[in-house]
Write a protein that binds this ligand. Structure first.
Ligand code: DC
Length: 231
């Protein structure tokens, strides 16, 4: 893998895809199998949104959001959890308020540039031997020199059905139609972000994740990763 890593930093594997594609579950498990750090880029956007709302800043005011970011000590643990000023953020990042505001925070290019720079800092940690990063643009923009770039592909119908079952299991009342339409709106918004839009790029490996169990998906990812490690 080192031949693909001219910057002499640790190797990176990226998993990108749309909301609900299962990429976070896969990335976390793959990182665990490899003994690498997991970087959940969506959680970084959510953490910044959490700090913006806490500071009563308008999430659509990109200059004010940048100011919030410039004052934040933001980092992530090897399990992917994001910290702000030593506070580990977990459930706080998955609230309807964060869901509603995170796209406003994530849209402006100047915010993406600044946050990406912070995320890349994880690579400078000498304890980190490798990173599995997931997101929308982890391979195309955050880590363009990643050794392996995977696009996790799942149809809107399957993603909506999975999300519906998760909501039901969690006892959260939401109709299947509402979930389908929310996901479809989110896809549209994500896909308007130019080079940061989730899409298959030349050189990506595509993992069709609509109808295979997690264990099978992980085996496939490990095969791809091992082939690189051994080469
Ligand atoms: O994957 P998620 O739902 O936790 O992502 C939260 C939000 O952050 C979502 O609106 C898309 C955005 N995001 C992004 O723009 N770029 C990334 N690399 C990851 C997430």
């Amino acid at each position: 893998m080192s031949s693909e890593n001219p910057s002499n930093q640790c190797p990176v594997i990226t998993l990108d895809g749309l909301s609900g594609s299962g990429k976070s579950t896969l990335a976390r498990k793959l990182a665990g199998e490899l003994g690498w750090a997991y970087l959940d880029s969506g959680a970084w956007y959510r953490a910044l949104t959490w700090a913006v709302l806490r500071a009563s800043v308008d999430p659509t005011d990109s200059q004010a959001v940048l100011q919030v970011l410039s004052r934040l000590a933001i980092s992530s643990q090897s399990d992917g959890q994001v910290l702000i000023d030593d506070l580990v953020l977990g459930k706080q990042l998955r609230t309807p308020m964060i869901d509603a505001a995170v796209s406003d925070v994530a849209d402006p290019a100047e915010i993406r540039l600044a946050l990406n720079q912070r995320m890349r800092g994880l690579r400078l940690n000498p304890k980190v031997t490798g990173i599995v990063a997931d997101g929308r643009d982890a391979g195309a923009v955050i880590f363009p020199d990643a050794s392996l770039k995977v696009y996790v592909d799942v149809s809107l119908e399957v993603r909506a059905q999975r999300r519906f079952e998760q909501m039901q299991a969690a006892g959260i009342e939401q109709t299947a139609d509402a979930i389908h339409s929310a996901l479809s709106d989110r896809d549209l918004r994500d896909c308007r972000r130019g080079e940061a839009a989730p899409q298959i790029h030349a050189g990506d490996r595509v993992l069709q994740n609509s109808d295979i169990p997690v264990e099978v998906a992980i085996r496939r990812l490990l095969e791809w990763a091992q082939a690189l490690i051994q080469s």
